[in-house]
Design a protein around this ligand. Structure first.
Ligand code: CU
Length: 334
């Protein structure tokens, strides 16, 4: 039974989230799908909608997808003798079970015990120094997107128990990312070793509600197809926890695609349009749309305002991804 057959089967039999959780957790490939009977629940809406019921244990996960929207890590800041700003970060690779949908645990490889890893943020021209320690069970590294010398490119595996210091001047400004670059790449990335890397322009950007959204997915039965899709790791999280935004407020989404196995991902906003700044490397926009497609590791900054209060969906316009978790709401409050 492939994921695509499962989706067809699931929609035909109105499988709700608990069914999804029961089916994807630990199911070996080619096993017949077993649909668990649904106990009566107070969370009635889940039985009319394709979503999960219950809540993942955010405390045990060590992060909450909502808090990750705002969790910028500016590092430990000091000034070099040259006057240049130095920002230091500590990243440790650790193996950890992460609950990616209620009742569905994934044996992840993480930076600092979370997926995505810390969202590193600095200003163009800052010196960044990343102290990396490999506390995992396999060789890992950190490969940064950006401009830097070859020896800082993170393609050499750091053995288990060893450490390495990556150091370079942050450039260019924009929305970047980092990830492990040890082979097999697909495996090391999909297991969770990635995070956002925001380099602000020296002149800054206009004030806005800034949200970090990293699109990812998880192959829970190891057949090289994703079974759960998400923004910030937990499927359907923003359906149950809409993102609050103010009426007329400028919203700036830092959108990163770290999805493995599927060649494209995307973002669609309901009842509105947004300006697109591809890779965030130019301050002028040349795209005004309501849907964008991003390939693996592509990213974009999106800006928009809502002028009517209410709840508005955002999701992958690839319907399959949306139905498996990549869907959420903005809640526009007057
Ligand atoms: Cu790795």
């Amino acid at each position: 039974m492939t994921r695509r057959n499962f989706i067809k089967y699931g929609s035909a039999t109105a499988v709700s989230g608990v069914g999804l959780a029961a089916v994807v957790a630990g199911r070996p490939p080619n096993d017949p799908v077993r649909v668990r009977a649904q106990p009566p629940s107070d969370h009635a809406p889940a039985h009319d909608a394709n979503t999960t019921v219950g809540e993942v244990n955010h405390a045990a996960n060590g992060f909450d997808p909502t808090k990750l929207l705002y969790a910028w890590d500016y590092g430990k800041v000091s000034t070099l003798p040259t006057g240049q700003t130095l920002r230091e970060y500590r990243l440790t690779a650790v193996d950890k079970d992460i609950e990616i949908a209620p009742g569905v645990k994934f044996p992840a490889w993480t930076y600092n015990g979370r997926i995505p890893g810390p969202t590193l943020r600095c200003t163009e021209g800052d010196r960044v120094r990343i102290h990396f320690a490999n506390g995992g069970s396999h060789p890992h590294s950190i490969h940064f997107h950006g401009i830097h010398p070859a020896e800082m490119d993170g393609v050499d595996p750091i053995p288990v128990g060893q450490s390495f210091v990556y150091e370079f001047d942050a450039a260019p400004f924009g929305l970047h990312l980092y990830h492990c670059h040890v082979f097999p790449l697909k495996r090391h990335l999909h297991k969770g070793l990635y995070g956002g890397f925001v380099v602000d322009p020296k002149q800054g950007r206009s004030p806005a509600r800034e949200l970090f959204m990293l699109m990812n997915g998880f192959d829970t039965d190891f057949d090289s197809e994703n079974d759960v899709y998400a923004v910030n790791t937990v499927g359907f999280h923003f359906m149950h926890h809409p993102v609050p935004i103010g009426l007329g407020e400028l919203v700036r989404v830092y959108l990163v695609n770290m999805l493995e196995f599927d060649l494209i991902n995307g973002f669609h906003l309901h009842a509105n349009f947004f300006d697109v700044y591809r890779t965030g490397t130019r301050l002028q926009t040349n795209e005004y749309t309501d849907t964008i497609i991003l390939g693996q590791a592509e990213r974009a900054i999106l800006e928009f305002r809502f002028n009517y209060p209410g709840r508005y969906m955002f999701h992958a316009h690839i319907s399959e991804f949306a139905e498996l978790g990549w869907v959420g709401f903005f809640e526009v409050r007057p």
